[in-house]
Design a protein around this ligand. Structure first.
Ligand SMILES: [Cu+2]
Length: 115
């Protein structure tokens, strides 16, 4: 695994309960996945209270440790990366912070900055 960097900063990932914040539009990101490059792009900046739609389009089926993807604190249900199967994660960040995109066990593979 190439970029298993254990970040000393364990910024945290507790999303506040969803409020009934009205949101006009979704910020939408489309991400690719290959075994060679993992997810690309992998760094995003979004706004508190604004709905986010993160779509992942795997062109490979992932295996082993990195075979599922999640965003602890924003999308807590691991989704399997399977060739040809689109994954859509939609959430509205309620709290500013740095949220890692991870595998099911928490190994970082990207970042969502919530401002
Ligand atoms: Cu893992």
């Amino acid at each position: 695994m190439k970029r298993i960097t254990i970040l000393a900063t364990t910024l945290l990932t507790f999303a506040a309960p969803a409020s009934s914040f009205a949101v006009a539009s979704a910020e939408s990101f489309t991400v690719g996945y290959t075994k060679a490059h993992d997810i690309t792009p992998n760094t995003f900046t979004v706004k508190t209270g604004e709905k986010v739609r993160l779509e992942v389009n795997p062109t490979d089926t992932a295996s082993g440790c990195m075979s599922e993807i999640m965003v602890p604190g924003l999308w807590n249900k691991p989704q399997p990366l399977v060739k040809g199967k689109k994954i859509v994660m939609e959430f509205t960040p309620q709290k500013a912070g740095t949220y890692k995109i991870t595998c099911a066990m928490g190994v970082p593979r990207g970042v969502i900055n919530v401002r």
